[in-house]
Design a protein around this ligand. Sequence first.
Ligand SMILES: NC(=O)c1ccc[n+]([C@@H]2O[C@H](COP(=O)([O-])OP(=O)(O)OC[C@H]3O[C@@H](n4cnc5c(N)ncnc54)[C@H](OP(=O)(O)O)[C@@H]3O)[C@@H](O)[C@H]2O)c1
Length: 252
Amino acid sequence: MSKPLQQKVALITGASRGIGKAIAFELAHLGASIMVNYVRNEEAAVETVTALRDMGSEAHSFQANAGDGADQTLLVDETFKLFGGVDILVHNAAIGAFKPVHKLKPNQWDLSMTINTRALLELTQKVLPSMESRGGGSIIALSSLGSHRFIPNYGAIGISKAALESLIKYLAVELSPKGIRVNGVSGGLVDTDAVRHFPEFEKFRDEVVRRTPAGRIGAPEDLARVVAFLASPQSAWIYGQILTADGGLSLI
Ligand SMILES: NC(=O)c1ccc[n+]([C@@H]2O[C@H](COP(=O)([O-])OP(=O)(O)OC[C@H]3O[C@@H](n4cnc5c(N)ncnc54)[C@H](OP(=O)(O)O)[C@@H]3O)[C@@H](O)[C@H]2O)c1
């Protein structure tokens, strides 16, 4: 049976763990070949690639800091070499200091803006010639509710995600004539390693569960399925949107 992303190549930043890993499995499920990017945790990356191959997908991993220009070039070049090009770019890697905004140091601000936001622009510029030569593509970035509402100690990431959402909309218009769609997926609290660094995580999680109409926090697959939808032809008419999957949290 033909799968909607057969013959497509997906490059996913931060795909060794958490939501990025779940995205890798969802896209592989639809037939895509996967480049798993990671920065430190080689063991997790190898484990992810092995599991993807076990399910019949072509997959490789590559260590690169998604926020570093030279590393991005190496990552994209290696992807072109191994897979022949890129059809789907998912910018999922993100980082940020958990502290009040008014206590952020300039380097902490820069770190989040560089990895979470500017990397989407730079990676897009680097994969653009390949997407154009292949007749189009889909670019998706991960955002969060903290882009437009206050979450304690989350400002470094939240502000970078606000800029990311704006960048998505600008790119969506500019790249539409090239057959490239650019969208975002946003969510509330999702159960990954990252959220364990939240100050008083357990208390925060219980409060989010209490306030979420669906009665639980998110699982990585809850966001990954939306990314897969945006990567597939099923969403062909969706341009520059930030689709929120949060169990209804943002409604309250
Ligand atoms: N968790 C949530 O509550 C939540 C909610 C909404 C949106 N999101 C968004 O979803 C995305 C993934 O979050 P997550 O919770 O799954 O994170 P996570 O569990 O911390 O996983 C982070 C992944 O990104 C990689 N990574 C970190 N810095 C990197 C860098 N500079 N270059 C390349 N890779 C890097 C890590 O690689 P290593 O394994 O090598 O460390 C790992 O694969 C983020 O954009 C986040 O803002 C998260």
